[in-house]
Design a protein around this ligand. Structure first.
Ligand code: AOF
Ligand code: ZN
Length: 322
């Protein structure tokens, strides 16, 4: 199963909104074939693994390991359960049940009813963590929410200023680059109206190669001029008008957005924290001091990891934990 999870990761950035899935066929304690979901709309992991077996006669005495419950529905591809049954595989080991409503336990049930021995829950935590965006989206009916900001050593995220002055430079180039990489990894990026006005950000991933996320701006009073950089043609932009965090997230869910990275400002971030509507927070702390300015959001939650990124310290907080 560890191998399944490792190869599943190869699909990162290519399979969304589908999950990353890996599969392996084991005979006499050895992996004789493996495969992973390579891209949205392409064959599922089980199909790849089964299709690569040298001799189909070997299949009945194999155990199929797969990091997600085999599907039993017709989507862009036919159901994996039927291929497993047609292959006469008698034992299947699954890491985690599929939360997708059209599957959701029915794949496991279909196999069991057809006489296949199915074991569920091997490395389940790891499998759910790998596809935390997909699981959050289907189980909580909202995107996976990542909060991100950079603060000075004395916990300010900016100086007090007018829109004609540029924002304070807090973190270094490496942190900046890493945050652009993160933008390519999520489906959407969100900021508040004030940040859109004051910083006039483009919210694209210019310092990394990959897709630009959909830009989401909260603008309660519809005051944002369309000449701002968030409205350029580089990426689509969605404007959210309400004032309630959970209804914004409901809107994004309705549009199929599985993950969002929220980059400020402090007030908007604090609203997510107060509503406890966040999953991960990534905070850069720089060695510089501002002495006064806009106070950084206050967060409580376990620090999952801490590392150095150039001169900055990156802390990752988890809210619920996977
Ligand atoms: C599997 N193995 O490798 C994957 C699964 O439109 P489709 O046919 O690609 O189906 C997409 C759904 O199938 C997706 O939402 C998820 O529930 C499941 N993905 N299932 O058995 C796989 N990628
Ligand atoms: Zn499938």
């Amino acid at each position: 199963m560890q191998r399944c999870l490792a190869i599943a990761r190869n699909g990162f950035g290519r399979v969304a909104p589908n999950p990353m899935v890996g599969a392996a066929l084991v005979r006499n304690s050895r992996i004789i074939s493996e495969g992973y979901h390579r891209g949205y709309g392409l064959a599922h992991a089980e199909v790849e693994a089964i299709g690569r077996v040298q001799s189909r006669d070997l299949l009945p005495c194999c155990t199929l390991y797969v990091s997600l419950e085999p599907c039993c529905h017709f989507g862009k591809t036919p159901p994996c359960t039927e291929l497993i049954l047609a292959s006469n595989i008698s034992r299947v080991v699954v890491a985690a049940a599929d939360p997708f409503p059209k599957v959701s336990g029915a794949g496991i049930q279909r196999l069991r009813e057809a006489g296949v021995e199915v074991i569920v829950g091997v490395l389940e935590q790891e499998a759910r963590e790998l596809n935390r965006r997909f699981f959050t989206f289907h189980e909580k009916k909202r995107p996976y929410i990542i909060l991100k900001w950079a603060q000075s050593a004395d916990r300010f995220i900016d100086i007090c200023r007018t829109a004609s002055e540029p924002p304070a430079k807090i973190s270094g180039l490496q942190a900046h680059r890493l945050s652009h990489k993160w933008r390519t990894e999520e489906q959407a990026i969100m900021v508040g109206a004030n940040t859109a006005l004051m910083d006039n950000p483009r919210l694209t991933a210019r310092l990394w190669s990959g897709n630009n996320p959909v830009r989401v701006v909260q603008d309660e009073s519809n005051k944002l001029p369309r000449t701002l950089n968030v409205f350029t043609e580089e990426a689509p932009t969605v404007v959210l008008n309400g004032s309630d965090v959970s209804s914004w997230m409901g809107k994004l869910y309705g549009n199929g957005v599985q993950s969002v990275i929220v980059e400020g400002g402090a007030k908007l971030l604090q609203r997510f924290i107060e509503a406890s509507l966040w999953d991960e927070a990534r905070v850069f702390t720089s060695p510089c001091k501002l002495l006064r300015g806009v106070a950084a959001p206050r967060i409580s939650g376990a620090v999952q990891r801490e590392s150095n990124v150039g001169d900055d310290v990156l802390q990752v907080f988890l809210n619920s934990g996977w």
